[in-house]
Design a protein around this ligand. Structure first.
Ligand SMILES: [Zn+2]
Length: 218
């Protein structure tokens, strides 16, 4: 649990905080924590109910989200979510992540888990409260590039891997290949490079997606 020099291993939390004002997809119920018991009012404990969209904040998509016969959240292969990962910085000039943009990142052959840091991370860094439709996402040909490269996981720093209002092709191509999809990451304080990713989606039976805690270590 400790690094080679005796210090505690660096843990970078790339999870977005869940709170009532978190931006969420238009039409979503978002996230709400409602206190139902209260020590100060004589109850035996503080307790609350959580209401949330399964795609709120940092979460994974299960293939069933876009594929009628797809895997549901409780059956996701956790080995894809844990292990060496590479954080790549997409230049802010790119408003979409195409195959050409991915080629330009010069990602090493060994990389199996790719996290894409884009200008989206600034939305989290400046605690933007409204949903941002102009987020950077992966085009259909970018999705095919990811499949052809044989990645096990792709992650991005806003609420969808595919552009707002785009057809579902990006999701369909990536989820059909059983590539793990991690969305809603905050990579604003993460330098590009190699890390160990640890991400565990909640075991939601029949889930089309699941909230997750995601951290990087190095
Ligand atoms: Zn999602």
């Amino acid at each position: 649990l400790f690094g080679g020099k005796g210090g505690a291993m660096e843990i970078i939390d790339i999870t977005v905080a869940l709170h009532d004002a978190i931006p969420s997809w238009p039409g979503s119920c978002g996230f709400k924590l409602t206190q139902v018991t209260d020590l100060q009012h004589g109850d035996g404990c503080n307790g609350s109910h959580v209401t949330m969209d399964s795609h709120c904040g940092t979460h994974v998509d299960a293939p069933w989200h876009f594929l009628p016969d797809g895997t549901t959240a409780e059956r996701l292969d956790l080995s894809k979510f844990i292990g060496p990962a590479y954080v790549a910085k997409v230049d802010d000039a790119h408003r979409a992540i195409t195959a050409a943009v991915l080629d330009g990142l010069k990602i090493a052959k060994e990389v199996k888990r790719l996290l894409l840091r884009t200008s989206n991370s600034l939305f989290w860094a400046r605690q933007e409260r409204s949903f941002q439709k102009n987020f950077v996402a992966i085009t259909a040909d970018g999705a095919q590039w990811i499949v052809d490269r044989g990645l096990e996981l792709v992650g991005i720093d806003y609420l969808s891997i595919q552009p707002f209002d785009a057809p579902s092709t990006t999701h369909q191509v990536i989820l059909s290949a059983e590539i793990a999809v991690l969305e809603g990451l905050n990579l604003s304080s993460v330098e590009p490079g190699e890390y160990e990713l640890i991400c565990l989606p909640l075991k939601v039976v029949g889930g089309d997606g699941a909230p997750a805690r995601a951290i990087l270590r190095r």
